[in-house]
Design a protein around this ligand. Structure first.
Ligand code: ATP
Ligand code: MG
Ligand code: MG
Ligand code: MG
Length: 562
């Protein structure tokens, strides 16, 4: 591709509203542009990178037995009503009405669509197993879209769904897809971990997230420094299979007066953040409907808690609102959890009803009440174990470390949570109708691009891994006015393309400084500069990542690039 014929609008300044590296660089290097909050266009270079990631995903998915399909983004509300998610998915689901006043969702995910499809097309166990996938735009009206492609409102996802007539077959597909995911993220050059994740409202038991290790990640993962053990913090905090001998001894049963401890005391005793105590308690209270009152800037946990517990989440702004709400709700709800800024709620709520109130105030020392009474005495949390950094790993190998992670992939064993309500059954060996057993497997394709950019950059710009770079080689004619230089550059461009390299030729009539700065910013793995020594047949080869420079006779170039 010749740069004079494409669109690569580089920027010298750091865009004001972009506060992480990947977002800044993808904008500055002209890969993406924002159209509205959380909504982006991929410009030619961005599109190329997406295609590279997609190609890797397709190869690995196909290898794992997947078959590609394409489903609609517009989904009839009835399907979502049947599974109950028209109600429970909440404001994240984008909804619209057609001219006949029928309701639709813009697909946030495709379990409803694919399950109804298979219900109509597959009726015998003999046609299973089947794994279908697509790469398609998803829509989620995120409360706080941010970090560019990392949390968009329209974003590209690879979503796969597997269908089985027995559990063993699901286990087999799950294993294969876990392996495929590891291959994909490894080929993308990412430093990642597969972590055990919470099961969420979706109801499945086995469930892993693929986390790219990064300071700007929104999740916290606990992992062993000497083995493959890794879990997200919520999961790690409530794991009950933690062997006694491997544990630091900090467990809740040792609290003196169990049902009158404040959350601060519990947290101090366990040496963990109070908010983790809250999260963990909410997480394991899995049998009862829980009302979670959320205050403050807490949307990520809000969503998690909601999904983990199928809980009702209510935001209440004032004392009056809170007491009114609780008075009205008294008796009809189970335990109440208050997350984050409890101060407003606690004074009133604890008095107005005797349900469980647990919570933590954001302002550290100002932790307020945490009453554990009636439904939940603390002794019910006997099995609860908290993981603290430096603890021995549950598998006995190494010690626990914490890290921040970006969730790039997520795999679930769904079981029959969708096939049952949607009545997607097959006839088994005995001719009995039985609901199909399902798994689902997502990858944030556009988020993966951002995660790669986040891990591959330096102070000059992006430093794409070879597998992902939009082009392999950047050929630069330093001075386009110099006929020889422009001619040699053009010849090299043709030759290298013949050798099947993907080449970007900077043939713009720009100053050398501009060209080099843009080239560093764009970050192709190798730069070939055609400058003054072109008359002697010598060009300069520079490796972007290391800065290594070689002068090479242009005839030797193709050997050198091997
Ligand atoms: P998150 O916890 O970050 O909100 P999620 O758990 O809601 O993500 P899933 O429903 O598991 O997301 O969707 C599968 C994958 O889609 C995620 O692992 C992630 O890589 C990607 N993804 C989810 N939400 C977004 C988003 N708003 N923007 C970009 N990618 C996203
Ligand atoms: Mg989400
Ligand atoms: Mg998540
Ligand atoms: Mg997820």
């Amino acid at each position: 591709m010749k740069q004079s014929q494409t669109l690569i609008p580089t920027l010298r300044e750091v865009p004001a509203d972009a506060d992480i590296k990947s977002h800044q660089l993808l904008l500055r290097a002209g890969f993406i542009r924002q159209n509205a909050s959380g909504i982006y266009s991929f410009l030619p270079l961005g599109k190329k990178v997406l295609q590279k990631v997609e190609a890797i995903i397709r190869e690995e998915m196909d290898e794992a037995g997947g078959v590609e399909v394409l489903m609609p983004a517009l989904q009839p509300a009835e399907l979502w009503e049947t599974t109950g998610r028209w109600g429970t998915y909440g404001p994240e689901l984008m909804r619209l009405t057609d001219r006949h006043n029928r309701s639709f969702a813009l697909g946030a995910t495709h379990e409803e669509i694919i399950t109804s499809l298979l219900r109509d097309e597959v009726n015998s166990y003999k046609k299973l197993p089947l794994t279908l996938y697509q790469i398609q735009s998803k829509f989620r009206d995120e409360k706080r879209p941010r970090f560019g492609l990392l949390r968009g409102r329209e974003f590209l996802m690879k979503d796969a769904y597997s269908f089985h007539s027995n559990k063993e077959s699901l286990d087999e597909a799950y294993e294969k897809l876990m392996q495929a995911y590891s291959n994909i993220f490894r080929r993308c050059g990412l430093d990642f971990r597969a972590v055990q994740a919470d099961s969420g409202a979706i109801g499945g038991k086995d469930n892993h997230e693929f986390m790219v290790l990064s300071e700007i990640g929104e999740d916290t993962i606990a992992f062993s420094d000497a083995s493959d053990y890794a879990a997200n913090l919520e999961m790690a905090a409530v794991t009950t299979s933690y062997p006694e001998q491997a544990h630091s001894g900090k467990d809740m049963t040792a609290v003196d007066t169990p049902d009158q401890k404040t959350i601060t005391e519990v947290a101090a005793f366990l040496n963990v953040a109070a908010s983790d105590v809250v999260k963990s308690m909410l997480f394991i209270a899995d049998e009862k409907p829980v009302l979670v009152l959320i205050r403050g800037d807490h949307e990520v946990n809000e969503i998690k808690v909601k999904r983990a517990l199928n809980a009702k989440v209510v935001e209440l702004a004032t004392h009056e609102e809170t007491s009114t709400y609780l008075a009205a709700a008294a008796g009809s709800i189970g335990p109440v959890g208050v997350s984050e800024d409890i101060t407003i709620i606690a004074d009133h709520a604890v008095k107005s009803m005797g349900d469980l109130i647990i919570g933590a105030n954001k302002e550290g020392v100002h932790y307020k009440h945490a009453k554990l009474n009636r439904d939940f005495s603390i002794s019910q949390f006997e099995d609860l174990r908290f993981v603290v950094e430096g603890d021995p790993s549950p598998d006995g190998n190494g010690t626990i470390q914490f890290a921040k992670g970006i969730e790039v992939g997520h795999v679930f064993k769904l079981g029959t949570v969708y096939s049952e309500p949607l009545n997607a059954t097959v006839l088994d060996e005995n001719g009995r109708a039985t609901p199909m057993i399902m798994g689902c497997y997502g990858i944030g394709v556009s988020r993966t691009v951002a995660a790669i950019a986040e891990q591959f950059n330096d102070d000059k710009g992006l430093t794409w891994p070879v597998n992902i770079a939009p082009y392999d080689l950047h050929v630069i004619a330093v001075n386009m006015k110099d006929e020889l230089q422009s001619q040699v550059a053009e010849e090299l461009y043709k030759l290298l393309k013949d050798y099947r390299y993907q080449v970007l030729l900077d043939n713009r009539p720009e100053r050398a400084g501009v060209k080099f700065a843009d080239s560093d910013l764009i970050g192709l793995p190798v730069r070939i500069t055609v400058g003054k020594r072109a008359s002697e047949g010598i060009v300069e080869v520079k490796i972007r990542k290391t800065g290594e420079v070689h002068e090479v006779q242009k005839e030797e170039l193709t050997d050198k690039l091997q």
